[in-house]
Design a protein around this ligand. Structure first.
Ligand SMILES: *Cc1c(COP(=O)(O)O)cnc(C)c1O
Length: 453
């Protein structure tokens, strides 16, 4: 056997349903609450923001949801995505562990985000929506939604976090190429943006602020809805196509994962990879350790509190019970922009509370160090976000070298880093630094959690 080992599914083997883990959990997750009344919200409360089909998926108690034919057809542009065995990396590490990675960088936008952008645009188009607003951090989600909206003839308006708007001009070009309009956030176009700019005209922005801007515009316009690229149940649901494919591919490989690691910003690629394996674990068929990896500079699972908090900075979204650093926490400008969110998916937070998954935090210099080794052995230049997953996989593989255990490690390289070469430049020239965990800033932000009676 050569060193290049990949497992490809035939198009006809592509899963045709998404997996909803909620009915399989020992307890259901706590409900979202209305930001004003603090009462549980119903589907109608979400109707100004989302099409009813997505709202029904958000609250669904069905285990499996059929993927519409039109969505499957678009998925086939890049799905099924490949699963690789990282033999060259294993050799470089001199580890007895077997490392597998699911590669989502093959999508047109370069990440896993189109897995949910396409169905979101589809359901909106079905219900006559003509405009979608959204936020983007690293630019990955904005690109994915711009691509999907283009295919369904929907106008797409994106608020891009100012720090990344500056750092990644080509993400903007990409979104505009697919027909979207892009604003730097905070922007003077919304009340939420103007309020932030009044306090800090040089605000680097944050996902929380950009969400406030996009939600505000959607709430005020009848034909406009809002799309979120992570965090919500329906987003995690759409991403389970990753794990369903990976289950089949691991079977082809004849291996069962002992450890599954993935990077978590809002939690969608990690949930997408791990939930189908967690289903198998809950059913007693396999027993992998499942571990989320977050950046030390924005550690919502490992250092945040589990509490009801707002999804955005201005407090316009429903309150969600989640691990949070506080909705007005503005993380340091680390290069993994997609991991700079103050909260974690409520469903993933709940699963963490149930003790079904673990979490660790890793600093960005270790991540980039391992990313270089990965690029130089496996060839793929990962986006800054999945460098966290790679660093965690390497830690595990090196522990196996110590112990002599032949563990099977599975991870997802959820995007390529072709638009992130400025961060690689910085690392290569020795200018990339780790940020301390900002304890005081988090403490200050946590003082502004909504008070629950
Ligand atoms: C958006 C993004 C993330 C973070 O979002 P999750 O919902 O946690 O997956 C991670 N990696 C890439 C490549 C992204 O685009």
């Amino acid at each position: 056997m050569g060193d290049t080992v990949k497992y490809l599914l035939d198009e006809s083997e592509m899963p045709t349903q998404w997996y909803n883990i909620i009915p399989d959990l020992p307890q259901p997750p706590p409900p979202p609450l209305h930001p004003g009344t603090h009462e549980p919200i119903g589907p109608d409360d979400l109707a100004p923001l989302f099409p009813m089909a997505l709202i029904m998926q958000e609250v669904s108690t069905e285990s499996y949801i059929d993927i519409p034919d039109e969505v499957l057809d678009i998925y086939r542009l890049w799905r099924p995505s490949p699963l690789y065995r990282a033999r060259r990396l294993e050799k470089a590490l001199d580890t007895p562990a077997r490392i597998y990675y699911k590669y989502e960088g093959v999508s047109p936008a370069g990440s896993h985000k189109p897995n949910t952008a396409v169905p979101q645009a589809y359901y909106n188009a079905q219900e006559g929506v003509t405009n979608l607003t959204t936020e983007t951090g690293a630019g990955q989600w904005g690109s994915a939604l711009a691509f999907a909206c283009g295919l369904f003839g929907i106008d797409c308006e994106v608020w891009q976090v100012a720090a990344s708007f500056e750092q990644k001009p080509y993400r903007k070009s990409m979104m505009e190429t697919w027909g979207a309009t892009v604003h730097s956030s905070p922007s003077p176009l919304t009340e939420a943006g103007r309020a932030i700019l009044a306090e800090d005209p040089d605000s680097p922005g944050s996902l929380g602020i950009a969400i406030s801007e996009a939600v505000e515009v959607a709430a005020q316009n009848d034909e406009t809805r809002y799309a979120l690229g992570s965090v919500l149940n329906h987003v995690l649901l759409h991403q389970t196509i990753i794990g369903e494919e990976a289950l089949l591919q691991m079977q082809m490989a004849g291996d069962t994962p002992d450890v599954i690691v993935g990077c978590t910003g809002g939690g969608s690629n990690f949930a997408g990879l791990s939930f189908p394996f967690l289903r198998e674990k809950l059913a007693g068929r396999i027993n992998p350790t499942i571990r989320a990896v977050e950046p030390s500079a924005c550690p919502s699972l490992t250092k945040g509190v589990y509490a009801y908090d707002s999804g955005d900075t201005a407090g316009m979204t429903p309150l969600m019970k989640m691990h949070t650093l506080g909705h007005d926490f503005v993380p340091d400008p680390i290069h993994a922009g997609g991991l700079r969110y103050h909260g974690m998916a409520p469903l993933l937070s709940h699963i963490y509370e149930l003790g079904l998954i673990e979490a660790i935090a890793i600093g960005q210099t270790e991540c980039f160090t391992e990313a270089l080794q990965f690029a130089r052995t496996e060839g793929i230049i990962p986006a800054p976000e999945p460098t966290h997953a790679i660093a965690a996989a390497v830690r595990e593989a090196l522990a196996c070298k110590e112990s002599g255990e032949e563990k099977v490690i599975l991870t997802a390289v959820c995007g390529h880093g072709h638009f992130d070469l400025a961060s690689y430049d910085k690392f290569l020239s020795g200018d990339l630094v780790d940020f301390e965990y900002p304890e005081e800033k988090v403490a200050a932000a946590l003082e502004h959690l909504p008070t629950m009676e």
